[in-house]
Ligand binder design. Structure first.
Ligand code: GUN
Length: 293
C-alpha cells in the first residue's frame, strides 16, 4: 500500500511554477496577478484565502485580497467583479465561497469573465471542460488528476466510482476521468444511489467526495483499489491545540490496508487544490486557455 503524499507532490509542482515565474521575470514579462475577494468574516474562508495569498508570494505572483464587509450587497459585489473583469492588470480572480446568504452565489459566478475565472466555476469553463476544450479546471478534480499523474496510476479501462455529484468536485471529476487520455469507465453515485456499498466495492478507483466523515468503510472497498479522499470534516478533538481535527470521507485506518494507493486526510488532496489555482493563474497570465486580447 502506498500513501499518496500530497505535500510532496504539491511541493514539487510549486517549484515548477516558481521556476516559470523566474523565467517570465528574466524575460521582462508580466508577473501573473491574482486577486481574491473575501466577503464577511467566515473563519475557514479567511484561513483559505490567507493560504492562497501566502502561496502567491512564495511562487512569485502578485496578489491582492479584497476584504469586504459581511453587509456588502449583491449589487456592490457585482460592481467589484465588473471592475476586476475590466482591469487589464488582473490576470485572474476568485470570489471566495461561501458568500453571505443575501448574495446569490450563482449570479456572482456568472458575472466573472470566463477568461479570468481561475476557479473554473463559470458555466462557460464547465462547458468547455465537458466538451474537451481548453478550460480552467476546478481545483479539486484538477489536483486529483495531478496526483494520479505523479504516481503514474493506471486509469485506462479502470472502473472509477465517484461518490458525490457537486458542481465543483464530483461532477467534473467523473467527466474528466471519462475523457480520452484518462479513459476510465465512470460511475457517479449520490444520495439516491441504490446498493451504494456494492457499487463502491466494484470500483478500481474510488473517489469519495460526499462530505460525510468516515463514510467509506473497509467492506465497501475492493482489495487493491485506489482510494482518493476529498472529505474534510472538522470534528472536536481533545488531542489537538486547536480543539478540532479533520476527518476524511474514508475510514482511513481500516480502509488503507486494503488499498494499493490511498490519500490521507490531511496531506492528500488538500495541498493540491491551491497548486491548481496557482497553475490556473499562471495559465491566465500566459493566455494559455484564452489568448490575451
Ligand atoms: N471555498 C472552498 N473552496 C473554494 C474554492 O476552491 N474557490 C472558492 N472561490 N471558494 C472556495
Amino acid at each position: 500500500m502506498t500513501i499518496i503524499d500530497g505535500k510532496e507532490v504539491s511541493a514539487a509542482l510549486k517549484k515548477e511554477i516558481a521556476a516559470e515565474v523566474e523565467k517570465i521575470k528574466a524575460a521582462g514579462g508580466k508577473i501573473p496577478y491574482l486577486v481574491a475577494i473575501l466577503v464577511g468574516d467566515d473563519g475557514a474562508s479567511q484561513t483559505y484565502v490567507g493560504h492562497k495569498e501566502k502561496m502567491c508570494a512564495e511562487v512569485g505572483f502578485r496578489s491582492t485580497v479584497l476584504r469586504l464587509p459581511a453587509e456588502t450587497t449583491e449589487e456592490q459585489l457585482l460592481k467589484e467583479v465588473d471592475r476586476l473583469n475590466n482591469d487589464d492588470d488582473v490576470d485572474g480572480f476568485i470570489v471566495q465561497l461561501p458568500l453571505p446568504k443575501h448574495i446569490d452565489e450563482q449570479k456572482i459566478i456568472e458575472a466573472i469573465d470566463p477568461r479570468k475565472d481561475v476557479d473554473g466555476f463559470h458555466p462557460e469553463n464547465a462547458g468547455r471542460m465537458v466538451t474537451g476544450l481548453p478550460a480552467f479546471l476546478p481545483a479539486t478534480p484538477d489536483g486529483i488528476l495531478a496526483l494520479l499523474r505523479y504516481y503514474k496510476i493506471e486509469t485506462a479501462g479502470k472502473h472509477c466510482v465517484v461518490i458525490g455529484r457537486s458542481n465543483i468536485v464530483g461532477r467534473p471529476m467523473a467527466n474528466l476521468l471519462s475523457q480520452k487520455g484518462w479513459d476510465c469507465t465512470v460511475t457517479m453515485c449520490h444520495s439516491r444511489t441504490k446498493d451504494l456499498a456494492k457499487v463502491v466495492a466494484s470500483g478500481d478507483i474510488v473517489i469519495a467526495a460526499l462530505g460525510k466523515a468516515e463514510f467509506v468503510t473497509a467492506d465497501m472497498v475492493k482489495p487493491g483499489a485506489v482510494v482518493i479522499d476529498v472529505g474534510i470534516t472538522r470534528v472536536p478533538s481533545d488531542k489537538t491545540k486547536s480543539g478540532w481535527k479533520l476527518l476524511g470521507d474514508v475510514k482511513y485506518d481500516e480502509v488503507a490496508p486494503k488499498c494499493s494507493y490511498i490519500t490521507p486526510v490531511p496531506g492528500g488532496v488538500g495541498p493540491m487544490t491551491i497548486i491548481s489555482l496557482m497553475q490556473n493563474t499562471l495559465k491566465a497570465g500566459k493566455g494559455e486557455i484564452y489568448p490575451k486580447k
